[in-house]
Design a protein around this ligand. Structure first.
Ligand code: ADP
Ligand code: MG
Length: 393
């Protein structure tokens, strides 16, 4: 079913409740350390201001355990927002109640009100119907733009939808749906999928969903050792999920039935420990006893790069090594660079993957970097997200 976008609605004079994701890191001085998520919500917020609606913003921040906790206040986010907008942002001291109702009533068209942390009420995560109704009582329109929490059925991300007159997706959510759902369901071929990261078990469903659509599957990161183990290579002391070796074998079988070419590492950067003691590059695919694989080797990087060059569409999830340590970041950054240089549609999903793309300095050369971690992967799996289903009703 189609989801309406915010620009399809008449907003003038209406109370527009926008569920944003302002779950930003706050430093010790109470300032926003990284305002990426606030910036990501700006197109929707600016649109609602320009349309002269009463703009009501709501978000969660951190895990305040269902009761007010000043260390999780959204005040720093509100201050940052007002700097970006160069406009006053009113801050409520709660997200429901008489005080909030009055502030909404008095809000002029084009004015912005930021509600206090939704998770100061345990009813938010419990998707309590009474709480959802109360949130909805201050809104004519519910706009869902918090993609990072769209996979959760909470009061503000799903429950309140049925109690408002109109619903729409914000621009951020819309963009995520366009790229992670539409583009990856009907990719330009050849469709090259690059998977890495820590665990196979986290990603079985994503792999299954992507095998049905891709032509090439490139596997690196820690999860590669479980696959190599399934193929009978020696992996030394590398991280292998013993319980997933059989799954990996099944995945390889399915890929071959479907004509998907799977590329696994052909060399590795290994070391005695995670700090990089005894770091060296293996000659071939086998890893000797006592050392573990912590990055893809240069020949693997080249093999992957050549495949990425031919792609019509690339989807990448999961770093190809322990990239947080500079000694093992080369493979991940080289692949990021290869994606940036390729003339294809490129989509990156996953929290650590997005961080890697950012550190590699190529975010603006990727067609779409998803802002959602768990939500991105659930969408790629083809699972319906509660926050999106609520828009469809
Ligand atoms: P994403 O958040 O993008 O979905 P994951 O959470 O699945 O990615 O995986 C990221 C983590 O995997 C990173 O912390 C990275 O250090 C780790 N990782 C990748 N390759 C290895 C490896 N060979 N050994 C140990 N850790 C690895
Ligand atoms: Mg992660």
């Amino acid at each position: 079913m189609a989801v309406r976008s915010i620009d399809e609605l008449e907003l003038e004079g209406k109370r527009v409740f926008i569920r944003v994701d302002f779950n930003v890191p706050i430093d010790e001085d109470g300032r926003v350390r990284d305002d990426q998520r606030i910036r990501a919500a700006m197109p929707t917020i600016r649109h609602a201001i320009k349309a002269r609606s009463k703009v009501i913003l709501a978000s969660h921040l951190g895990r305040p355990k269902g009761r007010p906790d000043p260390s999780y206040s959204l005040e720093p986010a509100g201050l940052r927002l007002s700097e970006i907008l160069d406009q006053e942002v009113l801050l409520a001291d709660d997200c429901i109640g008489d005080g909030v109702n009055k502030m909404v009533q008095d809000l002029p068209p084009g004015g912005v009100l930021l509600l206090e942390n939704l998770r100061f009420h345990s009813e938010e995560e419990a998707n309590d119907p009474t709480f959802a109704k109360e949130l909805a009582s201050i809104a004519d329109v519910w706009v869902m733009d918090a993609f990072g929490t769209a996979h959760r059925a909470h009061a503000s991300t799903a429950g309140m939808a049925e109690h408002v007159a109109e619903r729409a997706a914000g621009f951020l959510l819309k963009k995520e749906l366009d790229y992670l759902d539409r583009t990856l369901k009907d990719p330009q071929k050849p469709f090259v999928v690059i998977l890495g990261g820590a665990k196979v078990s986290d990603k079985i469903k994503v792999i299954d969903a992507l095998i049905a659509r891709c032509q090439f599957l490139l596997i690196g990161g820690a999860m590669a050792y479980t696959f190599l183990s399934a193929k009978g290579s020696s992996v030394g002391g590398s991280r292998v999920e013993k319980g997933s070796v059989e799954q990996a074998r099944r995945i390889l079988g399915r890929a071959s039935e479907r004509g998907v070419e799977v590329l696994l590492p052909i060399d590795h950067v290994v070391a005695l420990d995670l700090e990089g003691v005894g770091r060296r590059i293996t000659e071939g695919v086998d890893i000797p006893h006592g050392v573990m694989g912590l990055d893809i080797g240069p020949r693997t990087t080249e093999l992957f790069r050549e495949k990425i060059e031919t792609a019509g569409t690339v989807f990448w999830n999961g770093p190809l090594g322990l990239f947080e340590n500079a000694a093992f970041s080369k493979g991940t950054f080289a692949i990021a660079k290869a994606i940036a240089e390729a003339s294809c549609i490129s989509v990156v999903g996953g929290g650590d993957s997005a961080a890697a793309v950012d550190q590699a300095g190529i975010s603006d050369k990727v067609t779409h970097v998803s802002t959602g971690g768990g939500a991105s992967l659930e969408l790629v799996e083809g699972r319906g997200l509660p926050g999106v289903i609520a828009l469809e009703q």
